[in-house]
Design a protein around this ligand. Structure first.
Ligand code: MRU
Length: 350
C-alpha cells in the first residue's frame, strides 16, 4: 500500500532570495532559525552542523552558491565560492555533487543569466531530493513489511534530507501501515539520535525507544530487533557505505544476529568515481566533541581523543540499498551502477 505524505518539519526554507535554516545545534531545547546570505556563511553553517545530513548539506550548499552568484557572478568569485562550500565537510558526496551542479549550470549560462540559472538548478536539486525521499519511503517500507522493531542510527529524517528523510522516512511510512517501534541509537558524540531523531519521532507520534549506542548489539542478539535501517553519506561504486560512526558495528551485529541491515539514501549519495570505501575520506572532528556531552566536560579537558565522524560498512554486510531509482540487493558493483543507469521510480508507482 502506498501512502506517502510528509510528516516532518523541513529543516530549511527557501523564498527565492534567502535561505533559512533551523539551527540543529540548538534542538531539541530551542527552535531557532538563522538566515543566510551567501557561500561563506552557508559553508560555516554546514561545518558547524547547523544544517546536517548528507542530502540537506547538498541542498543548503546549492542555495548558498546560488545566493553568492546573485551577488558576485564573475568566474573567479564563483569558483572560489564553490570551493569554500565543497570543502565545508569532506565525507558526504552530496555536498560536492550539488555544488558542481549549480556551478556547471551557472557557467553554462550567459553572464546576465547566471544568477537565475544557479537559482533554478538549486531549486531543481531541492525538488529532486524531496521526490527521492517520497519514493525511498515507499520502496523501503515494502521491503521491510512485517518488521515491527526497527533500529536506526543518527538522524535521517526531514532534518537531514529533503522530504520526510531517507531511513527515517521508511520508518514513518511503516508506522502508517503497521504497529511499529523505532529504536533510536543516541549517536555519540553529538547525539543526533537522542536530540534530533527522538524530536522528530515525538512530533510524528511514532512509538520509539532511545538506546545508548552500545546497547544495540546485545538487543539484536536477544532477538529484540527485527531490522536495522540507516542512511548514508557516501556509497562507493562497489556498494561500501560511509555513514555516521557506529554504523559498522550495527551492521556486524545485524549479520551475527541474522537480521536485515538496510541502507537508504538518494542516488546523489552514490560516488561512482571511487571503486571502494577505502577511498572515502572520513571527517575527523574536534576532540572537544568527545570530551563533552550536553555541554558538560566528561573527562580531562586535554584528554587525547579520536573523533572520526563516520565509518565504512563493507557492501557484503548490507542486505539492500534503497534509492529513488530502485533497490540494489545484493549490493554489488553491478547492482549499484545499475541504479545510476535507471530512471527515478515515481512515488505513485513505488
Ligand atoms: O554528521 P551528520 O549529522 O551530518 O551525519 C549524518 C549522518 O550520518 C546521516 O546518517 C547521513 O547523512 C545519512 S542520511 C541523512
Amino acid at each position: 500500500m502506498a501512502t506517502g505524505g510528509s510528516t516532518f518539519t523541513p529543516a530549511l526554507t527557501w523564498d527565492q532570495r534567502s535561505l533559512r535554516l533551523l539551527d540543529q545545534t540548538r534542538l531539541p531545547g530551542e527552535e531557532a532559525w538563522i538566515e543566510l546570505e551567501g557561500a561563506a556563511d552557508t559553508a560555516a553553517a554546514i561545518a558547524r552542523l547547523v544544517v546536517r545530513g548528507a542530502p540537506n548539506i547538498g541542498i543548503a550548499a546549492a542555495y548558498g552558491l546560488a545566493m553568492q552568484i546573485a551577488r558576485t557572478p564573475a568566474d573567479d568569485e564563483l569558483q572560489a565560492a564553490a570551493r569554500v562550500l565543497r570543502e565545508a565537510r569532506p565525507t558526504a558526496v552530496n555536498l560536492a555533487w550539488a555544488v558542481d551542479r549549480v556551478q556547471d549550470a551557472a557557467l553554462a549560462a550567459a553572464p546576465e543569466e547566471r544568477a537565475a540559472a544557479a537559482r533554478a538548478e538549486a531549486e531543481a536539486i531541492h525538488a529532486g531530493e524531496d521526490a527521492a525521499s517520497a519514493t525511498i519511503a515507499l520502496l523501503g517500507a515494502d521491503l521491510l513489511a512485517g518488521s515491527q522493531r526497527i533500529l536506526t542510527h543518527c538522524n535521517t529524517g526531514a532534518l537531514a534530507c529533503g522530504g520526510t528523510g531517507s531511513a527515517l522516512a521508511v520508518a514513518v511510512e511503516l508506522a502508517q501501515r503497521d504497529d511499529i517501534t523505532v529504536l533510536a541509537c543516541e549517536t555519540r558524540p553529538l547525539l543526533q539520535g537522542a536530540r534530533l531523531t527522538i524530536w522528530e519521532l515525538r512530533r510524528a507520534g511514532i512509538a520509539h525507544e532511545l538506546l545508548v549506542d552500545g546497547a544495540a548489539a546485545g538487543l539484536i542478539r536477544r532477538g529484540d530487533i527485527d531490522a536495522v535501517i540507516v542512511g548514508c553519506d557516501r556509497v562507493a561504486a562497489n556498494g561500501d557505505v560511509a555513514n555516521k560512526v557506529g554504523t559498522y558495528a550495527h551492521a556486524l551485529a545485524a549479520r551475527a544476529g541474522g537480521i536485515p541491515f538496510i541502507v537508504a539514501g538518494p542516488t546523489s549519495t552514490i560516488d561512482a568515481s571511487i571503486a571502494s570505501g577505502e577511498e572515502i575520506v572520513i571527517e575527523e572532528r574536534d576532540m572537544d566533541e568527545v570530551r563533552h556531552a550536553g555541554g558538560a566536560l566528561l573527562t580531562g579537558a586535554d584528554t587525547p581523543c579520536r573523533n572520526p565522524a563516520f565509518d565504512v560498512t563493507p557492501a557484503e554486510l548490507v542486505t539492500a540499498l534503497v534509492t529513488e531509482r530502485g533497490i540494489a540487493a545484493p549490493v554489488t558493483r553491478d547492482s549499484v551502477l545499475a541504479l545510476l543507469e535507471a530512471g527515478a521510480v515515481p512515488a505513485e508507482r513505488a
